[in-house]
Design a protein around this ligand. Structure first.
Ligand code: ZN
Length: 154
């Protein structure tokens, strides 16, 4: 895992400095706002679904390095995917950052997202890392919703 740990630092720094898909889409079909009150992370996701696939996605907002990097990685990972595929990735990432997946990380399948497994070592940052994913779920399944990492009902 030490290789993953080095990669974690590198990827988080890189995506924080040069976030991918940053901004807002002009004509989104779906959007949602996410808030992590514990850290103060806020983000807005706008996306365009075409034929059941995420044709384009952007994120905007302010927050810590982990939340920003995680949103950047998430948008990269789900672009072009179907809703079902995005849902599955969310489940995998959630299990990984909360440590539920144990130490088995399927690097081949998760690609760069595997570096987020490093977050499991910092429980306080788990919500920072999962905020973008919760917001994605809200955008896909409860368009226009406002999600908070402190509300279990969402
Ligand atoms: Zn944060």
């Amino acid at each position: 895992m030490s290789e993953l740990r080095d990669l974690y630092q590198e990827v988080i720094l890189d995506h924080n400095k040069r976030p991918r898909n940053f901004g807002r889409l002009e004509h989104p079909t779906h959007q949602a706002n996410g808030h992590n009150p514990l850290c103060g992370d806020r983000l807005t996701l706008t996306l365009r679904l075409e034929d059941g696939r995420i044709a384009d996605i952007r994120f905007d907002g302010s927050g810590c390095a982990i939340s920003k990097a995680s949103a950047s990685l998430m948008t990269d990972a789900v672009k072009g995917r179907s809703i079902e595929e995005a849902d599955r990735l969310f489940a995998d990432v959630h299990a990984m950052v909360t440590g539920e997946a144990g130490h088995e990380v399927d690097v081949d399948r998760l690609g760069k997202l595997a570096v987020l497994s490093g977050v499991a070592e910092f429980p306080a940052r788990v919500k920072c890392a999962s905020l973008a994913w919760h917001t994605l779920e809200a955008a896909l399944h409860h368009a226009g919703a406002e999600v908070s990492t402190e509300s279990e009902t969402q």
